[in-house]
Design a protein. Structure first.
Length: 571
């Protein structure tokens, strides 16, 4: 899994208002606070705070925010992507030319206003990959006689997957000419190859087979990526390795078998030519996945939260989920309960790693934010062969990772590689149940997993056969998933933003009551899609009269029950 490295950038997300709107097995270094990067930040709001002029000039609906912009030298902004679901989510990057610009302070100041949903400096990620000396160069997780496998071989007897269910690989790039991957690379039906025109009008010229968001071009093939934390080892293979586990060509008499047999791969390269993985590039990749409604998105990278990154990632995940994207992410390789993002976000199917002894892999993170476990140690998969490897990396791969120096396959450890196994299994389930929402599929994977007594909490172990066949879960039910309800700011003397999440489509009613139980405000209710929704209460009742200071109750009523939150209004 990749870990974010900080960059000086702040990203802004605007949510357009909708009524509902030395040892070879060295591990990554422990999580540390990310450092700011000069020049830019990322944020999220409900389209009530920030405006852009014709040339990208920054302005705000609020004088306090304009003063904040002036204080930090934030003068220009650019929209990175728009995601349309129940409302429109806008992701932006804001830039500052002020000497000594403090992205952490600027993001914190924006969050403190209560007028934005999330604000964070840009950060860069690191791969969660643990090279080691493998001795089992084969896919033991497919079928080892039922001891530590995930019943994948038996599942393939029932479901091969649908070519219309795509798996996005947000990573270092995918070797599109690899003999085990070339036939599995997605082709954009709306784009004419190499004509220099954005035929499908999505903002990306000639994005025939995905996109390189790190270097802003249409070639998502990997490049060399020397990781200082791994002695200068080239880890550019990472995305190709991940893609192979998720969906390498199966039954083709070549190499390995990917979990998502018939499901295509969408390369979403977020590494640039300097070997960096920035949150800005990841933001655009999220937007691309959401706009194209990619059914499953695998993210084998992450970062700890120290500067508002968690809230920003949550906004990205919410937007993607509302667009029908199931986000699967690796939990991290620190061997601790420290959360990594985006894996720790609500709505993400976060994945820990197990080994061939059916135990938690010693490097795998654990804890309450980890939802499911899958094999991630001694994994055998594809490696990039589209560029020449340096001599040190070649030697390391051969001595410690089982590469024979000829065929483009070797072994690796990490939650980076347990995650795409789960992503491939989810693609099989989405193929079988195309009407299920991302959150229902996620809950289904947990409900059909095997209960195993691990040394630390890492959730149930993936059981692909049960996931594609269990008749007791043949229809989605609200009881399988989670409803969310929050109110910010709280206390409030101005407008309050009410956000709620629905795991499945269906009716929902939102009301505000006073302390005597009288209805102060009822918002329009109807059949709503699954995902995140946002409304704004200006503090007035049904007649437009302002509410007095006091305690109010926000109540979300659903077919599965009601959720309430208290809101204090002050003068």
């Amino acid at each position: 899994m990749l870990r974010l490295r900080s960059s000086v950038a702040v990203v802004l997300i605007l949510v357009a208002g909708s009524a509902w709107g030395a040892p070879p097995a060295a591990q990554d270094p422990p999580a540390t606070a990310v450092a700011p990067v000069t020049g830019r930040i990322l944020i999220a709001d409900d389209d009530t705070c920030v405006r852009l002029g014709a040339r990208g000039e920054l302005a705000s609906h609020y004088a306090a925010v304009e003063q904040l912009f002036a204080r930090h030298g934030l003068s220009q902004g650019k929209t990175l992507c728009r995601v349309r679901g129940t409302g429109t989510t806008r992701f932006m990057v804001l830039t500052s030319v002020q000497p000594g610009f403090d992205a952490v302070a600027a993001a914190a100041a924006l969050r403190a206003t209560g007028l934005v949903r999330a604000a964070a400096p840009d950060v860069r990620m690191r791969l969660h990959v643990l090279p080691n000396d493998p001795d089992v160069p084969q896919e033991w997780w497919v079928d080892d006689g039922g001891f530590a496998d995930v019943r994948l071989g038996a599942a393939w007897e029932v479901e091969h997957g649908n070519p219309g269910v795509r798996i996005g690989i947000m990573d270092t790039g995918v070797d599109m000419g690899h003999p085990d991957l070339a036939s599995k690379i997605w082709t954009n039906p709306g784009e004419i190859p190499a004509n220099g025109i954005d035929d499908d009008d999505n903002g990306y010229v000639d994005d025939v087979h995905g996109w390189d968001f790190g270097d802003a071009d249409a070639d998502p093939d990997p490049e060399p990526m020397l990781d200082e934390a791994e002695f200068g080892l080239d880890v550019g293979f990472h995305g190709t390795f991940v893609a192979g586990i998720a969906a390498a060509a199966t039954n083709n008499a070549e190499g390995i078998a990917g979990a998502g047999w018939n499901c295509p791969i969408v390369p979403l390269k977020v590494a640039n030519s300097a070997g960096e993985l920035s949150l800005e590039a990841i933001t655009e990749a999220f937007g691309y996945a959401a706009t194209n409604h990619i059914e499953v998105l695998n993210i084998s990278l992450g970062t700890p939260d120290s500067t508002g990154v968690a809230e920003y990632f949550q906004a990205l995940v919410d937007a993607a989920t509302a667009a029908g994207v199931l986000v699967v992410a690796s939990a991290g390789n620190d061997g601790t309960a420290d959360p990594n993002f985006p894996a720790a976000c609500k709505g993400v199917l976060s994945v820990a790693a197990t080994d061939a002894g059916n135990a938690r892999a010693e490097f795998s993170n654990f804890g309450p934010v980890v939802r499911i476990a899958a094999p991630g140690a001694g994994m055998w998969s594809a490696i990039a062969r589209n560029y020449e490897l340096d001599e040190f990396s070649q030697l390391f791969y051969q001595v410690f990772m089982g590469w024979d120096g000829v065929r483009p396959y070797m072994a690796g450890d990490g939650t980076s590689f347990s995650s795409p196994l789960v992503a491939g299994a989810c693609a099989l389930v989405r193929s079988r149940h195309p009407d299920w929402s991302p959150l229902v599929v996620s809950s289904h994977m947990l409900a059909t997993g095997d209960a195993v007594a691990y040394d630390q909490p890492i959730g149930p172990k993936l059981n692909v056969l049960r996931a594609v066949t269990d008749p007791t879960l043949s229809a989605p039910t609200a009881a399988l998933a989670h409803y969310d309800l929050s109110v910010v700011p709280n206390p409030s003397g101005q407008a309050s933003v009410i956000r709620f999440g629905l795991p499945v489509a269906g009716p929902a009613r939102l009301r505000v009551y006073d302390c005597a139980g009288r209805i102060m405000r009822e918002f329009p209710s109807d059949e709503l899609p699954a995902g995140s929704h946002t409304v704004s209460w200006d503090g007035t009742d049904e007649h437009g009269d302002p509410a007095s200071a006091g305690v109010y109750v926000v109540r979300l009523e659903t077919p599965n029950g009601a959720i309430v939150r208290k809101l204090a209004r002050v003068r």
